[in-house]
Design a protein. Structure first.
Length: 564
């Protein structure tokens, strides 16, 4: 690994080099630094509530004292079951400042998954809010002995909302305000203040971030303060090099869930570090997004499903996008056709890149001046090295242009998974993390992902990549969303099946019509052998399109067919 000779070096803007040292810092330190530099600047707006950076620091300090008073300091795990709300910032930074480790739970987790994550992580204190039924659901976890302490932030504090739900009927919880007050009283009685907060090192565990759980129960990636902070540094070096994010000037529209690593690191941590204003929303709605942009939002990081929904909004191309300084798509590959449509309507190249939970999630990004490379995932960010290795020999790097598994190195990369030594060992080869993504690097150092290793279809002896087929199907004018999986085929062994959601009012689409459309876009071995139209496609808890349910359905069909 020689960053000085990185093949993508020529792609970098003047003055920026891939060969840079990422220093890192305790993650919560960004709050102190921002409060010192921009005390009166608006840090976050959520409904009727706005906090300055000085106000955010004050509330984070108080929250940290409350965690310490509750014996949730160094070595403790604090579980957060929070949708997007100001409580997330206070609890996340407060727990880290107290020396604890945050365990992210998802509001969309089933009870079974919640029980697994709590037991696996060892978290016994849980912070949630009464949005929807979250408060009453978590009260059941206390009653069943899975949680010792439950803290419920009162949602109505931030203004009226139809999302506000009931508080638990039991007394086995504290409101967030009562929790903060109990911490203040204990600190006053012991005459110890914020100065008594523990020192936190770069190697200390900051976050247990569970993966999406595409097979079996989710596994927790272990992310240290160094992992998270160097990911932020790498992003900042890159974006500063291209002049994309102006310090303390951006108003960043946040619909992405903060319990997901993309929004946490690439949006929230970077915004706080750089003095931007976070415009937080709990749920995504394309009309609300368009209204916020017209009202002055300057940056909108999203995921493909959000951009697809915006493109499907009648009249979106007539809206005023002039305030937007930067927009991006991450979390999953963006269909090329959607990027083209947005460029035509808004004048913006929808830049983005690639990363994963295990890389916190810094990995690659598309350069500002290379819109011709949309469809690739870009080049590695500063301080990060990537290569492509053989599928059957993962320590052997492949030449440019050859397809294999992407491998990544850097201080942002996890050391492994909680309680999973075998899976941790299998995830590394030659000191690098094996991403599970299949792709190649071109002559300039741009990486392209053709599919996930587990999703590859072996059809008649050929490797067929569903993601490539999906990209081609997205070019059909009547297609809104598509997923492709491998299904059993008597002749080929496996063949591609497409699940398609059509645009509203689009005419029905037959398999023959689809194959005719794809004739000059795909090879014969890549052609879908089956088509199923759906009113909606399944999604993961964080909103990504999900193939797991479709694979399970097909497996059940095969089993039923064999039984008959």
């Amino acid at each position: 690994m020689d960053l000085a000779s990185a093949p993508w070096k020529a792609i970098y803007p003047p003055g920026l080099s891939p060969d840079t040292t990422l220093e890192g810092w305790p993650v919560h330190a960004v709050v102190d630094r921002a409060a010192k530099r921009w005390p009166g600047k608006e840090a976050v707006r959520f409904r009727d509530t706005s906090l300055s950076y000085a106000g955010l620091k004050r509330e984070v300090d108080r929250t940290a004292q409350a965690f310490l008073a509750a014996d949730a300091g160094p070595g403790a795990k604090v579980a957060l079951l929070l949708p997007n709300t100001i409580y997330h910032l206070l609890a996340f930074f407060g727990a880290l400042r107290a020396g604890a480790t945050v365990v992210h739970l998802s509001p969309l987790d089933s009870r079974r998954v919640l029980c697994h994550k709590l037991a696996d992580s060892g978290a016994r204190l849980l912070v949630t809010t009464n949005i929807g039924d979250l408060a009453t659901r978590t009260a059941e976890l206390v009653a069943d002995g899975l949680v010792d302490r439950l803290i419920v932030g009162e949602d109505e504090k931030f203004g009226p909302s139809p999302l506000t739900g009931p508080l638990p009927e039991t007394s086995d919880f504290k409101t967030f305000d009562a929790f903060i007050e109990s911490g203040r009283q204990k600190a006053d009685s012991s005459r110890e203040g914020v100065e008594s907060l523990p020192e936190v090192g770069l190697a200390d565990l900051a976050l247990v971030q569970y993966t999406g759980g595409t097979t079996g129960m989710p596994k927790g990636a272990l992310l240290t303060h160094e992992n998270l902070s160097t990911a932020v540094e790498s992003y900042d070096l890159w974006f500063d090099g291209w002049g994309l994010m102006r310090p303390a000037q951006e108003r960043v529209l946040l619909f992405l869930p903060l319990f997901h690593i993309y929004a946490l690191t690439a949006v929230m941590l970077r915004c706080v570090k750089n003095g931007h204003t976070l415009l937080i929303h709990t749920r995504f709605d394309p009309l609300t997004a368009l209204d916020e942009i017209e009202a002055g939002a300057t940056s909108f990081p999203g995921v493909p499903t959000m951009w697809i929904a915006i493109c499907a909004t009648p009249g979106f191309e007539k809206r005023d996008f002039s305030s937007l300084h930067y927009c991006a798509s991450g979390g999953a590959p963006l269909p090329v056709e959607i990027a083209r449509r947005l460029k035509a309507a808004t004048g913006h190249d929808l830049l983005g890149g690639w990363g994963m939970t295990e890389t916190a999630p810094a990995g690659t990004n598309l350069p500002l001046e290379r819109p011709d490379k949309i469809g690739t995932i870009g080049v590695p960010l500063p301080g990060i090295w990537m290569d492509v290795v053989a599928l059957d020999e993962p320590e052997r790097a492949l030449p440019r242009g050859e397809t294999g598994e992407l491998r990544i190195f850097g201080p942002n990369v996890t050391a492994g998974y909680l309680n999973r030594p075998d899976e941790t060992a299998a995830a590394f080869a030659g000191g690098g993390f094996l991403t599970g993504d299949i792709g190649f690097m071109d002559a300039e150092g741009f990486f392209t992902i053709v599919d996930r290793k587990k999703d590859m279809i072996l059809s008649g002896g050929y490797n067929v990549y569903p993601q490539l087929i999906e990209q081609m199907i997205y070019e059909h004018p009547d297609v809104e969303e598509v997923l492709v999986i491998g299904v059993a085929d008597a002749y080929r062994g496996e063949a591609a099946k497409a699940f398609v959601k059509l645009r509203p009012d689009a005419p029905a689409l037959t398999l023959e019509e689809l194959r005719a459309f794809l004739k000059n876009r795909l090879g014969p071995h890549e052609m879908p052998s089956a088509l199923e139209l759906r009113d909606a496609l399944p999604r993961t808890p964080v909103g990504k399109l999900s193939k797991l349910e479709l694979k399970q359905e097909e497996a059940a069909r095969r089993k039923a067919a064999r039984a008959s």
